[in-house]
Design a protein around this ligand. Sequence first.
Ligand code: NDP
Length: 501
Amino acid sequence: MTAATHTARALEARAALSLPYTHVDTLFINGTWTPARGTARNPVADPATGEAWGSVPDGSAEDVDAAVASAQQAFHGQWPRLTPTERAAFLLRIADEVEKRAEELSLTNTRENGSPVSESAGAAANAAGIFRYFASLAGYLEREDVRAFPRGGGESIVRREPVGICALIAPWNFPINLVVIKLAPALLAGCTVVIKPASPTPLSIRIIIDAVAAAGVPAGVVNLVTGSGRLGDALVKHPGVDKVAFTGSTPVGRKIAAACGELLRPVTLELGGKSSAIVLPDADLDAISKVLIRSCMRNTGQTCYISTRILAPASRYSEVVDMVTATVQAGQQGDPLDPNTVFGPCATKAQYRTVLDYVQSAVAEGARATTGGDAASLGGGLEGGYFVKPTVFADVTAPMRISREEIFGPVLGILKYGDIDDAVALANNTEFGLGGLVFGQDQQAALAVADRMDTGSVGINFFASNHAAPFGGRHDSGLGTEYGIEGLNAYLSYKSIHRKR
Ligand code: NDP
C-alpha cells in the first residue's frame, strides 16, 4: 500500500471546515425545525479521528408522536390530492436544491461516516438523479388503467393510491442515498413520511430536508426524527404509520418484519449480503483490476451489494491472488477528506472492532493474508481513527466465517473453484442473495452464469445499481424491491372499481 499522505494535519483540516450542522437540538416536524421534547442527546463522532464534533437530540416517543401526527395532518391535506405531475414538479425542484448543496452534503457525510470524499462527492448528483428518475414516472401514475372482465359484461377501473404515512429508516453507510431512494418514490406516490437516520449519521440528511423545504414541499409532508434504534422501533410500531421502508442489518430487519407481520403493515426490507464475484477462466485480469475496488470494496467495504468473495478458477488462482493483492495495495488509505484517498476508516468504533474480529477469525481458521490483516495507525492527526488495513485473504474456504458472514469492512477473501458448476454452487452457498458479479470476456457465457446466480442483482464485468431497474435481496437479504417502477409500486395501494358496461 502506498504510504498515506496528508496534505494537512487532519485536525487542522477539520477545524477549517464550515459545515451547516454540527450541534443541533431540533427535529423537523410540520415544516419547521422544532426543539426536541426531551434533553437527551447523541454525539456524532468523526471516524477518522475519533473526535466528537456534533450532537443531535436522542428523540423520545413524544417526538415520534408529533412527527407522525404532522405526517397524518399533511396526508389529509393537499399533497396526496395533487396530480402526480404536480408532485413531480416538486421532485425536480428538490433535485436542483440538492445539487446546490453538493459540497456541504459531501463534507458532512464524510465527517459522519468516514466515506472518502471521492465517494461522498457523488452523493448529491446521485440523489438528484433519483428524484429526477421518479419524477419521470408521473405519467405511469396518471395513465388510466381500465381492465375488461375476461368474460365480458363489465370493466374495472384500477386506481393507484398512496399507501399513506411511511416510516423511512436508514443505515449509516450511505446516509443520503438510502433515504432518498425511499423518499423520492414515496413523495411521487403522494405519501407523507417520517425519516429516522442511523445514529452515527444524523446530520447530512438535514441538508436534504433543507432542500425539500427550499423546494416548497408543504409542511408536514416530510418529517425527521433522530434517536436510537429504540426510537426506530417506536416508529415502526406507531399506530399512525401505514408502511415501513427499512435498510439495515438482517437481525434488525427480522425484528421489523415480525412487528409489521403482527400489524399487517406493508414493509420493504433491504438487508445485508455476502456476494460473490466469479472470475471465469477467460477473464481479463487487467480489466478486473480497474473495477475491483468499486465492485468489491466500495466505501471501504461498507456497501451492502459488493462482492467480497472472489471465486477464482484453480487454473488461474495464483494470478488472481496476485492481481487482487496488487490492486488493493495500490489504493491509498488515509484521511477521507483527502481527494486521493481510496480507503477511509470504518464508520464506527463498533464496526472497527467487528472487522478486526473477522480478520482474527480468518487467520485462526487458516486463511493467508496477502496484504493487510491488522489495524492501521496512520499518524498525521488520525491516530484515534478507526482504520483497518485493506486486507486480502487467499486460501479461503467455504466453511470459514469470513466466507459466510457479512464483514462490512475492507476485507476480501479469495476462494478456489474447479468447474463452473462448482463456482455457481459456491456463490449460491449463502443465506443471503443480494449482489454478485461475473467477470469474463465471452458475454454469452458470462450471462449464462449470471442467470444461475440466486441473487437480486448481478453485474457482468462491473457493478452499478440502475435507478430504473429493481434492486432488492432474496432470502436473508430482504423483502421487496427499491428503484424502478417496482420501487414506486411499494408506496401504492390499489383499488379496483368494478362496473357493468
Ligand atoms: P442496523 O440494522 O443496526 O440499523 C439500521 C437502522 O435501523 C438505523 O437507523 C438504526 O438506528 C435502526 N434500528 C436499530 N434497531 C431498530 C429497531 N429495533 N427498530 C427499528 N429501527 C432500528 O444497521 P446498520 O446501521 O448497522 O447498517 C449496516 C447494515 O445495513 C449492514 O448489515 C448492511 O448490509 C446493511 N445494509 C443493507 C443495504 C441494502 O440495500 N440491502 C444497504 C446498506 C446497508 P440506530 O443507528 O440508532 O441503531
